[in-house]
Ligand binder design. Sequence first.
Ligand SMILES: [Zn+2]
Length: 157
Amino acid sequence: ESIQLWLSLFLHFTLPSPSPLPDSGAWDVLCSGHHSNRVRGCDKFGCGHFNSKRGSHVHKAVDIVCDDYTVVHAPFTGMLRGRVQPHGDSSTNDDGVELSNSVHCVKIFNIRPSRYKGFVSKGESLGYVLPMQEKYSGITSHLHLQMCDKSDPTPYI
Ligand SMILES: [Zn+2]
């Protein structure tokens, strides 16, 4: 019995406590020059919040305010999973990247990634925001942040 007690004490003090999720911290600010992730309000081209209406289409993402050409930072540590082209029209703005870890998976559009594969740390540069003003003069320039399962990213930003 004393051996059992000793063993339980030994295990209690030597086994690690359940490890936290690898990315349990808050997501980082995506756009350089900003202190927080600000969701695009409404302008003449539409609104940036989750589930906003775009004609018959519903916006299953959030638009985060970013100036044209500013550097974008990884919101969390993870792996780049390849190029994403939301429009499929090979226009200048038809570029983006998928980023995931064991918990989250996001697609970030309207950016020019510096690379499409490999490990990135939270806060590391992913590339830059593609210009919007040339095509949509007066729009609130932004990047489009979409969860891979089309759920709402708002709680994380
Ligand atoms: Zn959007």
